[in-house]
Design a protein around this ligand. Structure first.
Ligand SMILES: [Zn+2]
Length: 342
């Protein structure tokens, strides 16, 4: 299981541009300004006072996931069925090259089930395209960022004949050239910043969508911050030595909420359930992140994490939506709502 001992958070600051970086693993990007965050305790379209978003980074073995891409692709059939039977939609952020290589069937499935699809880069690792060892968007200039953003959008739009409405960058790593390119592409939302940091309090950007700013520039983009602390990685994949901060953050969360710290699919459901309850009680937004490649780890120790982790999560979200305790929306729906009320 441990093919990659490399830390995910090495060499993190933007190497090009004035601003950026990424916001997990104790890191904080430079220059981010939060403009007009959506107020808490607001009423969402279904009457609920909180909103829950389920987002997936669909990346097969194009990124650093260690599961079986074959199994991941097969799993989308039942994941989409489960979403549909609960009457909820998710946002699938797909690596453009993976969509081209493994699609169009699994991508079409997501669209047909009513979910949103958006790019997660054209390539996940930028050195695949440009050589060298620089993987992150924030390490490149305007030209490479523009190609990465536009090719990602083109790949997705070609496959499903749909209009891309947002963009999540691989690793959520960026600089101003990344955001310039995303804005120029005319999409509505971006989703790269972390909600909070349990190990370095103050590093996060809060739960509420906002108008993205870098330095003095305000982008015409609704930024939807995501959970970069208790997402699936810390539970299944992150190596406790090379990626200690992921695991430590989950441990701190569990301790602060009096939840057993169990790195199992069932343990993860308890954590995510707690996250949902807190969003509902606090009347705010909360955006989840799951990497389905990490649910496709074939290992006797894990069983089937789609069954043991993701399905209970989808069922909980469905129940909160049905009882109108939460509005379960896609990123595009959230961005449209934000623009309507602000
Ligand atoms: Zn990714």
């Amino acid at each position: 299981m441990k093919q990659k001992e490399r830390s995910l958070i090495e060499d993190t600051k933007h190497a090009a541009g004035k601003y950026g970086g990424f916001s997990f693993g104790g890191c904080q990007p430079d220059g981010v300004v939060v403009h007009n965050p959506l107020p808490k305790k607001i009423t969402f379209p279904n009457g609920a006072k909180s909103a829950l978003l389920l987002t997936f980074d669909v990346e097969g073995n194009f990124g650093n996931g260690t599961g079986s891409e074959e199994l991941e692709v097969v799993n989308y059939t039942r994941i989409c069925e489960r979403l549909e039977s609960n009457g909820i939609a998710a946002t699938f952020n797909i690596v453009g090259k993976m969509a081209e290589t493994r699609g169009p069937e699994f991508v079409q499935h997501m669209v047909d089930s009513g979910s949103e699809i958006a790019p997660h880069g054209y390539v996940h690792e930028l050195n695949e395209r440009h050589g060298g060892d620089k993987v992150y968007a924030g390490h490149y200039g305007p030209e490479e960022n523009t190609i990465q953003v536009n090719d990602g959008i083109r790949a997705i739009e070609n496959i499903c004949a749909c209009n891309v409405k947002g963009y999540r960058l691989p690793y959520g790593h960026f600089n101003e050239y990344s955001y310039d390119a995303i804005e120029a592409a005319g999409v509505q939302w971006s989703s790269n910043l972390g909600i909070e940091d349990f190990l370095h309090p103050g590093n996060g950007y809060g739960t509420q969508p906002f108008h993205m700013g870098l330095g003095k520039k305000i982008y015409n983009l609704v930024e939807i911050p995501l959970d970069s602390q208790t997402f699936d990685w810390a539970i299944w994949m992150a190596d406790a030595t090379a990626n200690k901060s992921f695991v430590d953050a989950v441990r701190v969360y569990c301790k602060s909420r009096n939840i057993p710290f169990e790195r199992t699919p069932e343990g993860a459901v308890k954590i995510w359930h707690q996250r949902m309850k807190e969003a509902i009680a606090g009347q705010h937004v909360f955006t989840f992140l799951c990497h389905p490649i990490n649910l496709a780890v074939i290992d006797d120790a894990w069983g089937d994490p789609v069954e043991q982790f993701l399905f209970p999560v989808i069922d909980l979200l469905g129940e909160f939506a049905r009882t109108k305790q939460a509005w379960v929306s896609t990123c595009a729906e959230m961005a449209a709502f934000y623009r309507q009320v602000s």
